[in-house]
Design a protein around this ligand. Structure first.
Ligand code: KG4
Ligand code: ZN
Length: 336
């Protein structure tokens, strides 16, 4: 199937997004309506609230994406949508909107995996070269994905408990910063020093897996013990110490994997890819240790959830589909 212009839809969590993508690498539009303010007072995403917002925003966001791209439904060749993983109620809003557009305009419907979408966000900046190694770090996922060729994914390492972003958000809650805490902890970390030397979990382990729940417990215990003793700890030093532990494990394991199984590119992806410390540390490590490997880091606008990345990935996924399958359903636990 040859497709040129795709309308892409993403509603897996707390952003309602629609984008028009041309040839898998060019953004004609990428509209993102964030619901963060509605969830902040609960300290996290409330699934029912997320679904309601998606229902309210979906049509407006799609229309705005088409308007900004300067195209109409007749100009489209396909509709792409995140089928999973994510919150089932949230995913269903996007899936049903995509089905309605596909049915009404007789367009092929391309289901896209959210994680693959995060990886393909990089294709909107630079062509991907294979084999590549992707470090996917988001609120729900921490994975090292080896991609031998387009469409051939192998998870070679993953978190055994919390995702990196989830740990950031939990630590943020302890330090009293607004949800989601990642961005705030990142900013605080740059004003502090790694003085607490939190554990670097599984760093020496032979597997490529990660673990962040021990680090999170260690952080919480340090804060609680100090509180009980009436001691005041510097929140910036706490943030810097937490961030140093996360980054060291992510970067060292990624470099080690790329040395064991050489790749043309290392690709950073997901919401935590916005982390300034991680971006710098990975860049330095690749420059020093893997001179022949290219490092791709998405711009901040493409790190968090957005539909442009789903549109980019759709061009790979489209090879597998050539029909409108209106039985498509949300897959909350979808794996690669
Ligand atoms: O990919 P994403 O938008 O949603 C999921 O698919 O999960 O990732 C959201 C996660 C949140 O946990 C958020 O705190 C984290 O990305 N995040 C950051 C930064 N910006 C966003 N974590 C660390 N440093 C940042 N600068
Ligand atoms: Zn995401």
């Amino acid at each position: 199937m040859t497709i040129k212009k795709v309308l892409a839809i993403e509603t897996s969590c707390d952003e309602t997004s629609a984008a028009v993508i041309e040839n898998g690498n060019h953004q004609l539009s990428n509209v993102v309506a964030s619901q963060i303010k509605s969830h902040q007072r609960f300290g996290g995403v409330v699934p029912e609230v997320a679904s309601r917002h998606h229902v309210e925003q979906m049509t407006l966001v799609m229309e705005e994406a088409l308007k900004q791209a300067g195209v109409s439904y007749e100009d489209l060749d396909a509709v792409a949508v995140t089928e999973g993983p994510g919150l089932v109620g949230a995913l269903l809003i996007g899936v049903n909107a995509a089905k309605a557009v596909a049915y009404a305009h007789q367009l092929p419907l391309i289901p896209v995996n959210h994680i693959i979408g995060h990886i393909y966000a990089n294709q909107l900046v630079q062509p991907l070269k294979f084999p590549l190694l992707a470090l996917v770090v988001s609120g729900g996922h921490t994975e090292l994905v080896y991609i031998e060729a387009p469409g051939h994914y192998e998870i070679i390492g993953e978190t055994r408990d919390d995702a990196a972003g989830e740990a950031y958000d939990k630590v943020g809650r302890v330090l009293g910063v607004p949800y989601p805490g990642g961005k705030h902890i990142d900013e605080m970390a740059h004003k502090g020093k790694d003085t607490y030397h939190f554990p670097r979990a599984m760093l020496q382990d032979e597997s490529n897996d990660f673990s962040f729940s021990g680090l999170k417990s260690s952080f919480i215990n340090t804060v609680h013990n100090a509180k009980q003793k009436g001691e005041k700890l510097d929140p910036n030093d706490l943030a810097a110490s937490f961030q140093a532990a996360v980054i060291e494990v992510l970067v060292k394991k990624t470099i080690r994997c790329a040395k064991e199984q050489p790749v043309k590119q290392i690709v950073l992806a997901g919401g935590v890819a916005a982390n300034k410390g991680l971006r710098t540390a990975l860049k330095e490590a690749v420059e020093q240790e893997l001179q022949d490997t290219e490092l791709l880091i998405p711009p901040l606008s493409l790190c968090g959830d957005n539909a442009a990345m789903i549109g980019a990935a759709a061009f790979v996924e489209s090879i597998k589909t050539d029909q409108i399958d209106l039985t498509l359903n949300a897959q909350p636990g979808l794996t690669i």
